[in-house]
Design a protein around this ligand. Structure first.
Ligand code: ATP
Length: 245
């Protein structure tokens, strides 16, 4: 079967600082993968280079066998919450509607059905009452829920999310994971930059351990073990090891 995503020999840098070196991996359809590694391992940069938001020095990336510009509309990206200007004067409903622009077209007015779809997604994330609230007036967890609602309406085949669970409360974490599981149950493929080693086994069926290059990648039960985690984190590891039973 053609991989949903194929990354071959990818390298990238900021000025002379090489942060990704010969990254190689394929992602199979319908999987939910966590990208895990220490601070500065290049996880966010990997997403940005894959999505052509940051240049690559070398390597190839193919989505469903095609280059990114050809398949853009099939790909959803939820950036890190901290990287977004939340003071931009817009409300929650409009942010979700932005997820529909591929379908509406940039210069056309949204139809009532588009608005309804966006409202449904907000309701699914428990955010219906906040539709007309300015995004600067939302809490961090609420902003993240709005982002997830936008991902839902995008109706993409492949999703990239950068730390969607960072700094959210337990209820928001459950709501976000329910949404990601819903996408997976619809056959979508999901890649998530994730920082909490304790929940990797519960939440993700695949894991990509990254530290400048791929340390290990595959089904969580095969890959997510103490020796691979140690190889990824080295001396920075503070975690006490995989759950026993
Ligand atoms: N805009 C930038 N300019 C210069 N260096 C950068 C920039 N963004 C990231 N870096 C550097 O590139 C390296 C990889 O950063 P990146 O954000 O991809 O790592 P990460 O694994 O996502 O880290 P974290 O877990 O801390 O979010 C780090 O050393 C970082 O300091």
């Amino acid at each position: 079967m053609l991989p949903v995503l194929s990354v071959e020999g990818l390298s990238a840098s900021y000025r002379k600082n090489k942060v990704l070196d010969n990254v190689v991996f394929d992602v199979e359809p319908g999987t939910m993968t966590s990208i895990v590694g220490p601070n500065g391992a290049g996880k966010s940069t990997l997403l940005k280079v894959i999505l052509e938001l940051h240049p690559r020095l070398a390597g190839k990336v193919a989505f469903f066998g095609s280059p990114y510009p050809k398949v853009k509309s099939r790909i959803g990206y939820v950036p890190q919450r901290g990287s977004v200007d939340w003071d931009f004067p817009t409300n929650a409903l409009d942010v979700v509607m932005m997820g529909l622009y591929g379908k509406i077209g940039w210069l056309k007015w949204p139809k009532r059905s588009h608005r309804e779809k966006a409202m449904e997604a907000l309701a699914e994330m428990g955010m219906a009452d906040y539709a007309s609230r300015q995004i600067s007036q939302l809490s961090g967890g609420q902003q993240q829920r709005v982002f997830l609602a936008r991902a839902l309406v995008m109706d993409a085949d492949l999703y990239f999310l950068d730390e969607p669970l960072a700094g959210v409360d337990a209820a928001t974490e459950r709501a976000i994971m329910a949404t990601l599981n819903l996408l997976k149950s619809r056959g979508r493929t999901v890649l998530v930059v994730h920082h909490d080693l304790q929940t990797v086994e519960d939440y993700f069926d695949h894991v990509l351990l990254l530290n400048r290059s791929v340390i290990a990648h595959g089904p969580t039960e095969e890959i997510f073990n103490e020796s691979n985690i140690y190889r990824t984190y080295g001396g920075t590891l503070r975690w006490r090891g995989a759950r026993s039973g």
